[in-house]
Design a protein around this ligand. Structure first.
Ligand SMILES: NC(=O)c1ccc[n+]([C@@H]2O[C@H](COP(=O)([O-])OP(=O)(O)OC[C@H]3O[C@@H](n4cnc5c(N)ncnc54)[C@H](O)[C@@H]3O)[C@@H](O)[C@H]2O)c1
Length: 430
């Protein structure tokens, strides 16, 4: 089929490259010319495993084309995927300016009977609002499907190639038929595809992220309690996860959840619930617990070194999680700024960090080599769960530090081994 993908960011580029890989003819367009030219040369503008090879293959076969204009991208598209950003806006509902602007450009260019498939995460009710707005302007407005995306950065290609479930939210039976054909090459079982109305599709997306976020806040507050009671959270976690009703995912304790989705989707559903007169108090507590968690880690660091002011701290990790160079909503980056505010002299190392935050690289030193950077430090603090940190030569690091203190903000390391190596070790709830 002939498809277009508008917005080639962390979601749209994966969608475009995978849809080309499974055999569709895909035209991609992004408003940023720098991104378009980088992708046209076969490179993703951001780090995502396996994506470069997929882009290169798509370009080589001609099934993936990066268009220079929106008109060119949509010229003969039967389905147009809209995957522009809906970024967080000051702790409340997401900012939809980018979305409404893109939708306003895309809809008038759609071919008659082409389907508009929305991949951007929209606050509940927005797809119906879009349908109503466009019906008022264009009597022949296109059928719209809300197809929320569940890929995870770091495993995005595999997630999109092998989805656990696909949600099609539409009022149009014809559009649902078209979407089934688009997804046919994935060879999904009939139980994998869920068809519903847009409002339900939007709710499923938010409910999933909010549920996972609630588990993380639960884990963090339980870990904090373990710390107070002298229990080891990791032992408690294993016992908890052994219950098949609970399972092991999203129970890691740490600095709290970040990234470009969880905090924003949580804030959006809280607002939706409040506006609907059905407050979601569990989610309000989830958000409050998350905001507090990074401050608890700062307090722990302060306690370990007897006051952070003037202390030399090496922070390992700045991205919001391992496997990505994304720092949007990163609790690790927030931690870095809080440590500086407390007067720490901060050096940071991250395997993938690209200094994009305004002024961040002027506030702290970036070290390429974490081992030499640890020399003369008062504290090493793990802030992102990069597996690389597990294999660092800790016995070498311990000897070079001014005082061998290790705060494991992601519970990555074995406390017994670290203590035997000579560290004063603290984790989250251990
Ligand atoms: N990142 C994730 O892991 C993830 C997962 C699921 C859903 N989502 C949702 O997908 C949407 C996109 O998120 P993202 O992380 O890919 O954002 P992003 O910022 O990485 O990408 C958005 C892209 O859209 C482009 N764009 C903006 N306006 C445009 C226009 N008018 N025409 C063409 N391109 C335009 C931007 O230049 C940017 O490259 C969001 O709603 C997000 O909530 C993201």
């Amino acid at each position: 089929m002939k498809l277009a993908v508008i917005g080639l960011g962390h979601t749209g580029l994966v969608v475009a490259a995978v849809l080309a890989e499974i055999g569709h003819q895909v035209h991609g367009f992004d408003i940023e010319s720098g991104k378009r030219s980088r992708i046209s040369r076969g490179h993703s503008p951001f780090y995502e495993p396996d994506l470069d090879s997929l882009i290169a293959r798509g370009l080589a076969t001609g099934r993936l084309v990066i268009s220079r204009t929106l008109d060119e991208a949509q010229a003969d598209a039967e389905v147009v995927f809209l995957a522009v950003g809906t970024p967080a806006a000051n702790g409340d509902a997401p900012n939809l300016a980018e979305f409404w602007s893109a939708a306003g450009q895309v809809v008038p260019l759609l071919l008659p009977h082409a389907v508009l498939a929305i991949k951007s995460t929209l606050p509940v009710g927005t797809t119906d609002e879009l349908i109503a707005r466009f019906k008022a302007q264009w009597p022949d407005a296109p059928p719209v499907v809300n197809v929320p995306e569940f890929l995870r950065q770091g495993t995005a290609v595999a997630d999109f190639l092998r989805p656990e479930r696909v949600i099609f939210g539409s009022h149009s039976p014809a559009a649902l038929n078209v979407m089934r054909v688009v997804y046919e090459p994935f060879k999904l079982s009939s139980e994998t595809i869920h068809e519903c109305r847009p409002v339900e599709a939007e709710l499923i997306k938010h409910a999933a992220n909010c549920f996972l976020a609630a588990r993380i806040s639960y884990a963090n507050e339980l870990a904090n309690l373990c710390g107070r009671l002298g229990a080891d959270y990791e032992i408690v976690r294993h016992g908890l996860a052994a219950d098949s009703r609970i399972g092991s995912s999203f129970l890691n304790a740490g600095l709290g959840f970040g990234g470009s989705c969880f905090p924003k989707d949580l804030a959006a559903l809280i607002k939706t619930a409040r506006d609907a007169g059905s407050p979601f108090t569990l989610l309000e507590a989830t958000l409050a617990a998350n905001r507090a968690q990074v401050h608890r880690v700062v307090a722990l660091a302060d306690e370990m070194v007897g006051g952070l002011s003037g202390r030399k701290v090496l922070q390992l990790g700045l991205t919001y999680k391992a496997g990505t160079d994304d720092t949007r909503g990163s609790r690790a980056l927030e931690l870095a700024f809080l440590l500086i505010r407390e007067g720490a002299e901060l050096t940071c190392h991250d395997p993938a960090y690209i200094p994009t935050e305004v002024g961040s690289d002027q506030l702290f030193t970036i070290a390429d080599d974490p081992v030499s950077a640890a020399s003369r430090m008062d504290l090493v603090l793990i802030a992102t769960d990069w597996p690389e940190f597990i294999d660092l030569p800790w016995s070498k690091i311990v000897g070079s530090m001014r005082s061998a203190r290790l705060l494991d903000g992601r519970n990555l390391l074995d406390p017994t081994e670290m203590t035997a190596a000579g560290f004063t070790y603290r984790g989250i709830g251990r």
